[in-house]
Write a protein that binds this ligand. Structure first.
Ligand SMILES: [Zn+2]
Length: 277
């Protein structure tokens, strides 16, 4: 029997996308891929995390007078070396909303993080003492295997994957469904991910018919109308977003773990056709 599997879509929010206050290079490019990935029947659950900061958050350079953007500053009250970020993803603002092209469905679960004023949680699981709902949701859903995608590889996606592996979930990171803030931090994160056994794969290694190279359906065309409003009528307007990313950095072959019979394959193709991909 297949392991129960979740897709964790990390922080595909306006502030991390083109035009946002902390835009990640090529962030918007991954959104169509994430939208296709999430339709795969291999995922029993889809979870979206979001950075959800108070205006007074300690990671904002603006809240630490004299500090420069993109430098480390030891927060005086916690002693943590904190990167100084532009103000981003403030609760209730447009910048904190999921990107409008990201498909969000009413069955999705939203996990907020970074809600403590003095703690910056890159990981969807939270950083001590913040503990988010993510682990509880995964356990209650009897999830054993997770795939992580979103923004950004070298911070929140990577940290979420590292923490998932530490909690004994079989953890994959779909590299081409992520993007990074910088090359330097990307290399550091890759080393961390490898050290804890996270399997870094390319989306084409997944046995998803619409994602295979040369498949015409993988040529994404944006819907004429944004499908989100129809599909996720019960989802709060705040809960919409998504993304994709890079190149495989190892040779792990997930096919061994994702057996797909010909019959199932056919069914999946039918499903994809039915929803217009
Ligand atoms: Zn943040």
């Amino acid at each position: 029997m297949d392991k129960r599997t979740a897709l964790i879509i990390v922080d595909v929010q306006n502030d991390f996308c083109k035009g946002g206050s902390l835009a990640v290079n090529e962030a918007n490019d991954i959104i169509p891929l994430i939208n296709r990935l999430r339709e795969s029947p291999i995922f029993h659950k889809v979870i979206l995390t979001r950075d959800w900061h108070p205006q007074t958050h300690g990671s904002f350079a603006a809240n630490n007078p004299g500090q420069k953007l993109f430098t480390l500053f030891k927060l005086p009250d916690t002693g943590v070396d904190q990167m100084m970020w532009p103000t981003h993803c403030v609760q209730g603002t447009t910048g904190a909303k999921f990107h409008p092209e990201l498909i969000v469905r009413s069955s999705d679960t939203i996990v907020s993080k970074g809600t403590y004023e003095r703690i910056d949680s890159y990981s969807g699981f939270g950083s001590y003492p913040e503990v988010t709902d993510l682990e509880r949701i995964l356990r209650e859903s009897q999830i054993e295997r997770v795939y992580c995608v979103g923004l950004a590889y070298d911070y929140c996606v990577g940290s979420t994957a590292v923490d998932a592996a530490a909690r004994n979930f079989e953890t994959f990171l779909i590299r081409d469904a992520t993007r990074s803030v910088s090359t330097e931090s990307e290399q550091t994160m890759t080393a961390r991910l490898n050290s804890v056994g996270v399997k870094i794969i390319h989306s084409e290694q997944l046995n998803i018919p619409s994602l295979k190279r040369g498949d015409s359906r993988s040529q994404y065309s944006p819907p004429i109308q944004n499908p989100v409003r129809k599909i996720s009528a019960q989802v709060d307007e705040d809960e919409r977003c998504f993304c994709i990313g890079g190149e495989s950095t190892n040779n792990y072959d997930p096919y061994d773990h994702l057996p797909v019979s010909k019959e199932e394959d056919t069914e999946r193709e039918g499903e994809f056709s039915a929803v217009g991909w």
